[in-house]
Design a protein around this ligand. Structure first.
Ligand SMILES: NC(=O)c1ccc[n+]([C@@H]2O[C@H](COP(=O)([O-])OP(=O)(O)OC[C@H]3O[C@@H](n4cnc5c(N)ncnc54)[C@H](OP(=O)(O)O)[C@@H]3O)[C@@H](O)[C@H]2O)c1
Length: 252
C-alpha cells in the first residue's frame, strides 16, 4: 500500500525514515527534503503535484503546517474509499473533513521526530487498526478513546522545549558560576540520558522516582522543594493550561 505525503518537512521525513522508505509518494514542496529521501530510499518517489499524491495512493498523510492547511487541503480532490492521516497540530477532524468536502475517515496523530529511529510514542485518534499498526512500526502507537484524551497527550508532547529549557538554564547557571561550558554540557547530557532511560523503563510512578532519586534532606530534595516553593511547578501547570486552551481551540 502506497503512503502519500502532502508536505515533505521534518515530520514527513522522520516518518519516511521510520518506515524504511518503502512505498512512499511525496509532494514536491519541501523539494530538498524530498530529493534527499528519494536519493536515499529506492521506494520513495516524488510526485509532480499535491493532487498527483492524492491520485496515486490510498492513504494520504497531511503534514503541512496549520497556517497553510486549509488552502492546501481545499485545493485537493479526494475520492471515496481513501483514508487521511493528519499530523497537523490543533486542527480538528470536522474542520479537515469540511475542507476535504467528503465524509471519509480522518485520523489524527502526533508523530514526533523519534519515529525516525523507531522510538516514537504516537497518540492516534480514533484508534483505527491500520493506522495503529503503521505507527507501531515506528515505535508504539497510543490509542486514544476520545478526542479529549488525544488533546491531553498533545499538551504532554509540548514539554519538549521546556525539557531542554531546564537543561539550558542549569547549564547557564553552572557556567555563570565558573564551570567550563563544555564540561557542563557533557555532564548534563549524560545525566539526562540516564534519567531518560529510568523514566522509560522503570514501572514506578514519577512521584516515587522523584523520592527515590532524592535523599531525605539531601540536595535533590532541596532543589525540587525550592523550585516548587518559588512557583516552578505552578508555572509549569500554567503553561500546560494555556496549551490545552490552544489545542482545544478555546484559547490563544
Ligand atoms: N515538528 C514536530 O515535532 C511536529 C510534531 C507533531 C506534529 N507536527 C505537525 O506536523 C506538521 C508539519 O510540521 P513540520 O515540523 O514537519 O513542518 P515543516 O518542516 O515546516 O514541513 C512543512 C512542509 O510543508 C510544505 N509545504 C508548504 N506549503 C505547501 C503546499 N502548498 N503544498 C505542499 N507542501 C507544502 C513545506 O514545503 P517548503 O519547505 O517548500 O515550504 C514543508 O516541506 C505541522 O502541522 C505540525 O503542527 C510537528
Amino acid at each position: 500500500m502506497t503512503l502519500g505525503f502532502i508536505g515533505t518537512g521534518t515530520i514527513a521525513a522522520a516518518m519516511v525514515e521510520g518506515l524504511g522508505g518503502k512505498d512512499v509518494l511525496l509532494s514536491p514542496r519541501g523539494a530538498d527534503v524530498a530529493a534527499a529521501l528519494a536519493a536515499r530510499f529506492p521506494g520513495v518517489r516524488v510526485a509532480t503535484s499535491n493532487q498527483a499524491v492524492v491520485d496515486g495512493c490510498e492513504t494520504v498523510v497531511l503534514a503541512v503546517r496549520p497556517q497553510v492547511a486549509e488552502e492546501v487541503i481545499r485545493a485537493l480532490r479526494f475520492r471515496p474509499g481513501q483514508k487521511v492521516i493528519s499530523v497537523i497540530a490543533a486542527t480538528g477532524i470536522e474542520k479537515i473533513k469540511d475542507w476535504i468536502g467528503l465524509d471519509m475517515p480522518v485520523i489524527r496523530t502526533i508523530p514526533l521526530p523519534f519515529v525516525a529511529e523507531g522510538r516514537g510514542v504516537t497518540p492516534v485518534f480514533p484508534p483505527d487498526p491500520e493506522v495503529m499498526a503503521l505507527f507501531d512500526r515506528m515505535g508504539t502507537a497510543i490509542p486514544c478513546a476520545t478526542i479529549d484524551e488525544f488533546d491531553l497527550l498533545a499538551v504532554g508532547s509540548a514539554i519538549m522545549g521546556s525539557y531542554f529549557g531546564i537543561l539550558e538554564t542549569v547549564q547557564g547557571w553552572l557556567t555563570s558560576q565558573g564551570l567550563p561550558e563544555v564540561t557542563a554540557r557533557a555532564y548534563l547530557g549524560g545525566l539526562a540520558a540516564c534519567l531518560g532511560t529510568v523514566a522509560e523503563t522503570s514501572p514506578a510512578a514519577f512521584a516515587t522516582l522523584r523520592e527515590e532519586y532524592s535523599t531525605k534532606g539531601g540536595l535533590n530534595e532541596q532543589v525540587f522543594r525550592v523550585f516548587s516553593e518559588m512557583g516552578g511547578t505552578g508555572a509549569l501547570t500554567g503553561g500546560l493550561d494555556s496549551v490545552l486552551a490552544r489545542v482545544t481551540g478555546k484559547g490563544k
